[in-house]
Design a protein around this ligand. Structure first.
Ligand code: SAM
Length: 196
């Protein structure tokens, strides 16, 4: 059983410290997907403070999550939260830049929720760790509504470049014949890519 008080505290900490965590809509979709597709082992790129890892893990007692975070403060907070939930046996937390990580396992689901400009790199690096007919889910495909905006309306050059990268990643997924990708209007936009 998930400890609702702890969960509330984690959400409040995230809000207070401006830590982006998945929206309720996104989490509801993700946990439902895990349940209905009998997902057992999950790789997450981008732990933040462990909220989504804890939520995914709580779908069933036979689910394990490996999750990667490069920010020390967030990593330490995630460790604390995972312990408070007594999930340290089932959530394996790695403190490293995801692009430098080497793994031994394969996964039914890979959830990409880290630096948006690097989505394609993450996809290409980690798809080798995906089980046959596994799924890669990427968050923030709408990038807070900016993807659907006219680029001229976005003042910051950096932000325009980031939005361009998210659009390029979308094109990459559409053209990738090894996967069937659906783009869902859930939370901040999810891409659900199922390997043929
Ligand atoms: N999945 C989390 C949740 O919903 O609870 C939120 C993750 S937050 C949106 C993105 C996290 O990815 C940040 O904490 C950031 O430090 C981390 N991150 C970004 N690029 C990364 C990289 N290359 N390697 C590891 N972590 C990364």
């Amino acid at each position: 059983m998930i400890n609702e008080n702890e969960l509330k505290r984690i959400r409040e900490y995230a809000e207070l410290n401006n830590i982006p965590i998945m929206t309720d809509g996104g989490i509801t979709y993700l946990t439902h997907y895990i349940k209905t597709h009998s997902i057992k082992n999950i790789l997450e790129v981008g732990t933040a403070i462990g909220y989504s890892a804890i939520m995914m893990c709580s779908v069933g007692s036979d689910i394990t999550v490996t999750t990667i975070e490069r920010d020390e403060k967030r990593y330490l907070e995630a460790l604390k939260n995972i312990k408070a939930m007594h999930l340290e046996d089932r959530i394996h937390l790695i403190y490293k830049d995801a692009l430098d990580v080497k793994l031994d396992d394969k996964f039914d689901l890979i959830f990409i929720d880290a630096a948006k400009a690097q989505n394609q790199k993450f996809f290409l690096k980690f798809e080798g760790y995906l089980n046959d007919h596994g799924t890669i889910i990427t968050d923030n495909m709408k990038f807070h509504g900016l993807v659907d905006k006219n680029p001229e309306e976005i003042e910051s050059k950096n932000l325009r470049q980031l939005v361009r990268k998210v659009k390029d990643y979308k094109e990459f997924l559409i053209k990738n014949d090894d996967y069937q990708t659906d783009f869902l209007d859930v939370g901040d936009g999810l891409a659900v890519s199922v390997k043929y």
